[in-house]
Design a protein around this ligand. Sequence first.
Ligand code: NAP
Length: 479
Amino acid sequence: MSDYRVVVIGAGMAGLLAGIKLKAQGVDFTLYEKADRLGGTWRENTYPGLTCDVPSHHYTYSFERNPDWTRHLPPGPEIQAYFERTCDRYGVRDHIRFNTQIERAAWEDGGWTLTLANGASDRADVVIAATGVLHHPSMPAIPGLETFEGALFHTARWDHGVGLDGRVGVVGMGSTGVQIISALAGVSGRLSHFVRNPQWIMPVKNGYFSEQERAAFRADPALLERFMDVETYNQNVENYTLGITQPDSPGAQYFRQACFDNLASIADPALKEALRPDHEPMCKRLIFSPDYYEKIQHPQARLVRAAIERIEPAGIRTADGELHELDVIALATGFRADQFMRPMEIIGAGGMDLETLWARRPVAYLAVSMPGFPNFFMLNGPNGPVGNYSLIDIAEHQWGYIAQLVARAQETGSALCATREAMEAFDAERVEAAKHTIWYTGGCQSWYLDAEGIPASWPWNYSRFVAEMKTPKWEHFGV
Ligand code: NAP
């Protein structure tokens, strides 16, 4: 083992991946995690019904399959357990420093100085930021929020001490709100879903793997690989991304029609119209749900389309004058998607700081590297792919790319980052392409859009991303 040292920030899915790979390469590394457990989004979100909408067997590291998933779509607690188990199996836990927040990272004397919240410091040749995308809850600016006398919390801060059998209100119809309604319909005495803008729902089945199936997968990894059929899955991801970037493609037509047919399955004409979105399918991140339309029709559930006017001590007052009396309000109002490593202070070479580089919007060359920030690389960084497919797969491709940068930096004793020209050219092309995606043309507001209304996600198809991540174009990097 050389004295070359890497620091990874964040022990979620991507940071754990980096840890596993660095360990395998015999690189000295420390993984800093601000919380007391690993898992990132799967640690922070514990709401009822928490599920990933990527097929279970595809939501795993390629080198660590999991024959034991119980459902076709993985339940949140099983995902958390999978990451915990995988961390131990690959011996990464000893490298993690839990309850340790990095407050500042500064490039000084040819390396990174990291300042910890407890006042201690560390040094590293390379920093990998794996700090996640959706982890800063977005609290809605609803008047009277603080006056509510029942229990009120954001869905990523679920209070499990609060009973749910009374009158529960859920605000928001993203993936989170939909999953919670599905889980609580019939559980809560009265369940009200406050929906400002309905979203399209892609129907999906979420069956169970039998004990026999799981035993067969355990006994024969080749059977599991055949079952997964990675090639076909990747083709589906390709078709999905083509659907976003080419709204007339067969992929787009398929998803559009499936959403239209799903909505048409609602028999009650008034409810059907109340749930009809005013934008194109896929303009917002598609919601995959096996049963929302059925569950919202449960006798104890109710859709509320009237605008929320304010929150009062007893409940939610809507613009039509009605007071919806509630015991619990769950805010499924999403996340601030432009934060990434913030609020960490990051100072690059020559005093360049992240807030200056990101003053207009978060930018990075290929979502991985930033000019002026040598040997600082990101997993799931700004403007990378984010969609209804496995972010684990995306992170693995990014890792394959970053590993080449780290190896080159180590071999040559240099510090690498994208040149300003390369990043600006990339970003200009990305912004132009983004204006042709359904996220931009589909007529909706969503967390994909940055402050200027430009979609902040990979605006090309999956295969282009895979190709870009194969080998760095070294001429785009400086030292
Ligand atoms: P989201 O998609 O951003 O949805 C937020 C919802 O809250 C929207 O319906 C929004 O309405 C509503 N809202 C926000 N402020 C409001 C206000 N002041 N009054 C009324 N309604 C308000 O958030 P999310 O559902 O938490 O999902 C975020 C992302 O997390 C997803 O897109 C996905 O990437 C990820 N996620 C994934 C899964 C999965 O299965 N893989 C599950 C959950 C979450 P408007 O549309 O009117 O703005």
